[in-house]
Design a protein around this ligand. Structure first.
Ligand code: ADP
Ligand code: MG
Length: 558
């Protein structure tokens, strides 16, 4: 029998595949299991449309069988199987997807979740195996066939014996080398771990015979080993469930299970979108700031699933930086399984999903602010600074999204207020939104510059975070009101009240000149002012940069 050569481009692709598409070897199992799941979906679909077939749920499963002696790992499924031609076409030509063709032929639309459509996943098997053997019997065919390949140099197809419809894939694991060991893929606990990690939500049972020990009956302290078939995956993902069926408890235990944090979620957001893009997502706003949140080590991102199969642990493209605190996952059937990081960045679906999610997070935060103020303030304490960075970064591109989510401590009632609250209660004669920067509220309260403003009954915002003033500068205005620092030269008050008349300035001219000389270039000018009430003197700035900003800028490393 003749060995068929892979097509030339397939050969190159295969090499590339094995070496670069997947960053982790263990995903080979995910790929094979999702192919099996696809194959079961297909037979299920046939049963739906063909009266002569019935679909008994319990007849459909995937089984993983490690065997240390022969150093093989089998993945068995009771799916639709492959004919000789299909084995040739689907496994012989890389990047040809039988699943995609099936979808097209049957005009599959909503409700059918066939994962594959890119035609490279199967080859991931060669990351761990020297020889891959596929024995398959297709639905409605008499004869089974065996496909076998040792990698890049081709494959054979011969008739084989197989009673039941379905596919059995045998991986002859590579021999260990000095640097690499493949033994882990024969260990039950490790296989369980991988299945749990990547394929927990595959909708058919993934079974494995698991050996454990138990106390031996009639003895004391003696144990015996026994083997039992277990279903490893939990099958129904929480994000596919109906919101109404789930309790807060369900969400927070999921949060812990997923190790999103040691705290409890402050809020969960469960999204199911079924429009031009289809996806489910569960997002969480943590209660506490993760210890590394404001450090370089912190990595933002959501878990990304393609139709129940994990494809990425932290997909950064799904979240804007200003919402980097959000945890959770997105599952979409419109995404490809074996898409690489680079390809993902350009994926249109993913961009749409990201945009959608950002909008949703914003509106959820807004409703939290409106309806559960206490909770929102807690949130803001933990992550508010990130929102302010968001306003400041990207040249203010996100200010419209974020400005209504900001809170500042205010002199009225001494509590946190939104800009909207500030502006809506401004007296008619007040032209500006006034703020004062300083280390703490107490410090700011002692600022002589603040007096004139508060004395007039105007509200004052306390900027105690270094980023505050920078963020506000980026906003420039809020509802057409400009921001004004109390330390700026011109407070924009009634001119009568603010600057002194010239006589006072003239009378003290010599004193002012002497003071300026004494301060040796540390001040630009010394002027008489009416803005002071109980303090004899204060500093103010003339230009764009206020005194506080100048301090921060000077303290920053070059
Ligand atoms: P994809 O899943 O993206 O289509 P793969 O390389 O993973 O690409 O698989 C190629 C094709 O081989 C699949 O589309 C499917 O037609 C066929 N195939 C692979 N595994 C199985 C299986 N267990 N049962 C039936 N068909 C399979
Ligand atoms: Mg596949």
């Amino acid at each position: 029998m003749e060995k068929v050569q892979f097509q030339a481009e397939s050969k190159r692709l295969l090499e590339m595949m094995i070496n670069s598409i997947y960053s982790q070897r263990e995903v080979f199992l995910r790929e094979l299991i999702s192919n099996s799941s696809d194959a079961i979906d297909k037979i299920y679909y046939k049963a739906l449309t063909d009266d002569s077939l019935t679909f008994n749920q319990e007849d459909y499963y995937i089984k993983v069988v490690p065997d240390k002696e022969s150093r093989t790992l089998k993945i068995i499924d009771t799916g639709i199987g492959m004919t000789k031609e299909e084995l040739e076409n689907n496994l012989g030509i890389i990047a040809k997807s039988g699943s995609l063709a099936f979808k097209k032929e049957n005009e599959l639309r909503d409700g059918h979740d066939i994962i594959g459509q890119f035609g490279v996943g199967f080859y991931a098997a060669f990351m761990v195996a020297d020889v891959v053997t596929v024995v398959s019997k297709a639905l409605n065919s008499e004869q089974a066939y065996k496909w076998e390949s040792e990698g890049a140099d081709g494959y054979i197809i011969v008739p084989a014996d197989k009673e039941s419809v379905g596919t059995e894939i045998t991986l002859k694991l590579k021999e260990n080398t000095e640097d690499e060991s493949y033994d882990e893929y024969l260990e039950e606990y490790r296989l369980k771990q991988i299945i749990k990690k990547y394929s927990d939500f595959i909708r058919y049972p993934i079974k494995m015979d698991v050996t454990s020990s138990r106390p031996k009956e009639g003895t004391e302290g003696d144990y015996e080993q026994y083997t039992e078939e277990e279903t490893i995956n939990s099958m129904v993902p929480i994000w596919r469930k109906n919101k109404n069926e789930l309790t807060d408890e369900d969400y927070s235990s999921f949060y812990s299970e997923k190790h999103y944090g040691f705290d409890k979620p402050l809020k969960h957001i469960h999204i199911s979108v079924d429009g031009t893009i289809r996806y489910n997502a569960i997002l969480f706003i943590p209660e506490k700031t993760p210890f590394d949140f404001y450090s370089k080590e912190y990595e933002k991102g959501l878990e990304l699933y393609s139709n129940g199969v994990l494809i990425m642990n932290k997909c950064a493209d799904l979240l804007p930086d200003y919402f980097s605190f959000v945890k959770g996952l997105v599952d979409s059937e419109d995404l490809s399984l074996n898409i690489s990081r680079e390809m993902l960045q350009h994926d249109r679906q993913l961009k749409l999903i990201a945009k959608n999610i950002t909008k949703k997070i914003k509106s959820e935060l807004q409703s939290l602010l409106k309806n559960e103020r206490d909770k929102y303030e807690k949130f803001f304490e933990a992550f508010g600074r990130q929102l302010k960075y968001g306003v400041y970064s990207d040249f203010g591109a996100n200010k419209d999204t974020l400005q209504d989510l900001l809170l500042f401590y205010s002199s009225k009632e001494k509590k946190l207020v939104t800009l909207d609250e500030y502006v809506s209660r401004m007296p008619e004669d007040q032209k500006y939104i006034y703020y004062a920067s300083g280390e703490s509220v107490e410090r700011i309260d002692k600022l002589p510059q603040a007096e004139l403003v508060t004395e007039k009954g105007y509200e004052l915002l306390y900027f105690t975070d270094e980023i505050d003033e920078f963020a506000i500068r980026m906003l420039m205005t809020y509802k057409e009101k400009e921001f004004k620092s109390v330390s700026s030269g011109d407070l924009g008050l009634d001119p009568e009240e603010e600057t002194s008349d010239n006589s006072e300035q003239d009378e003290n001219k010599e004193l002012f000149v002497a003071m300026k000389e004494l301060l040796e270039g540390k001040v630009k000018d010394v002027r008489a002012s009416k803005r002071l009430k109980s303090h004899p003197v204060c500093l103010s700035s003339d230009g764009e940069i206020t005194i506080e900003m100048e301090k921060i800028l000077q303290s920053m490393p070059d």
